[in-house]
Design a protein around this ligand. Sequence first.
Ligand code: FAD
Length: 423
Amino acid sequence: PTPAGQPDVLVVGGGIGGLSTAYALSRQGLRVRVLEQAPEYGEVGAGLQIAPNCTRILAEYGLLDEATSLGVVPENMVMRDALDARELTRLDLRDLERRYGFPYMVIHRSDLHGIFLRACERAGVELLNNQVVVGYENVEGGARVLLQDGRTESAPLVVAADGLHSVARRALIGDEVVNSSYVAYRAAVPIEQVKDNGIAEDDVTVYVGPGCHFVQYALRGGEMFNQVAVFESPKALAGQEDWGTPDELDAAFEGTCDTVRKGIPLMWRDRWWRMFDREPVETWVHGRIALLGDAAHPPLQYMAQGAIMAIEDGWVLARHYARLAGAAPSLADPDWDGALAAYEAVRVEHCRRVQTTARAWGELWHLDGEARLRRNAIMRARDARDYSFTDWVYGPTALTPAEEPEMFTPIPLSSATVEQPVA
Ligand code: FAD
């Protein structure tokens, strides 16, 4: 049993990964303490796309209704060429919802973060601020973190959900982030400001172009409009320090279609997000210290699965804890080693696939010249109801490697959804 005053689990980082994991574990009756470095809990940025593999989990947590009431459930996801605006392919998101049983939605980041924050508060998670974690070590029966002010905190399990520039990752793996030379600008503006820009209010639209792309969708019940502009920075390619600046943004989208060009002046110009990922690694668990979310598997965001993977991680960990706790003679001595091994066994490979597919997806989006025309022809020929590219990611989150679907092989439809021939 953990000593009085000591939690069962310490979670470092109160982003979407850390809070959703704290909530998942507290639902199992565990005492969870979150250590967040910032003086307040919050999220910066604008919209997040949440696919059915995550809305399924939100539904299980009893949080989906709150999420859909704060967000938007769009009609379609449409991909267009950023230069000539022609449609390349689409997903009918109502049909997609029928296939996977849960909606594809979009939500403001701070709204999703707030949902998990309130859920944690209701569940009794201890949420601490101004806790800068600078070191990690395994100790007898658990792990310990060292804080900047010299204090230490220990627990049978430490989950490091401290994001892309994770201190835990530096200590345990020591690899560097990989610079993509791409940069993202974001903006969420009142929808009135874009009504005359040729936008599709009910859709998620992705314009793909040479070395750039542009994403648009409505947020907050349709009152706001979210835009993301992403481009390859010439200054980054030239090795200059000062890269991704607003002059580069304007230049990158100069030759694009009307709707995209009209959106560019609305982008926030006082901050931008340089885009990094990391090479996938196979070991996320070191004794009783487990990496989770972007600390374990930061992707380029082209699959829109980064926050989702973090939420899935916590769900998987909690499910394995519960499975083994059910088998254990006493709840006082949980089989964390077993739960962590099961977590790592399934999540590492899934997230590796998402990370590497996101890189390849980005290359395809950003093609130029003849390669762009070939891509467009192939995409236009795609059957809009072909789900072989989405089943492996939008289907139910696997708990074991055996449950992880093959990539690009459609999951056979259940007998309930297969049309029966008329006799
Ligand atoms: P973070 O959100 O980075 O949280 C880490 C937390 O740890 C922070 O609160 C930080 O303050 C804290 N912390 C860090 N270091 C310490 C320390 N030493 N001590 C204590 N606390 C610490 N994902 C999607 O699923 N869908 C999308 O549509 C999507 N779109 C995206 C668009 C863009 C432009 C970008 C850049 C990303 C996008 N993502 C998307 C990815 C998603 O934002 C991230 O994968 C996700 O937020 C990661 O969550 P996290 O909790 O692991 O890390």
